[in-house]
Write a protein that binds this ligand. Structure first.
Ligand code: SF4
Length: 123
């Protein structure tokens, strides 16, 4: 960046499309077919196009990184992507809980052999 340039992205950069979109099988087919008509029940023709698309993985990765992406992306619906995000989050939370509960072999467990008793006092 040059010294006097602002440190915000250019408008061209903000509105630039990812390069993989140039190879999209749905390119030029119209936005509505993929977003509006198939919002919750994608037509077989749309999914068939996605199945043949050379950039399907890029398309899906792009949509997974955009929580507000609507319609079909990478051969998935919004609902399918939301389910996937939820499942990935649950797996990550389970793995995190396991790390806390079960320390790796050889690491201290946090229990030094002494037993602490907890008494519940009622007033
Ligand atoms: S995967 Fe489907 S929605 Fe994505 S670019 Fe290809 S045809 Fe279009």
């Amino acid at each position: 960046m040059k010294p006097n340039e602002p440190d915000w992205p250019s408008l061209v950069g903000l509105f630039a499309r990812p390069s993989w979109m140039a190879d999209a099988a749905c390119r030029g087919e119209g936005h509505g077919k993929y977003v509006i008509d198939v919002r919750h029940a994608p037509a077989e023709a749309v999914l068939a196009t996605c199945a043949e698309c050379a950039v399907r993985a890029d398309c899906l990765a792009y949509a997974m990184a955009q929580p507000d992406a609507v319609g079909v992306w990478g051969g998935t619906t919004e609902e399918e992507r939301q389910v996937q995000v939820r499942q990935e989050r649950e797996v990550a939370q389970r793995q995190q809980r396991r790390k806390v509960v079960r320390p790796a072999h050889g690491e201290p467990s946090g229990n030094d052999g002494r037993t602490r008793s907890t008494r519940i006092r009622s007033v």
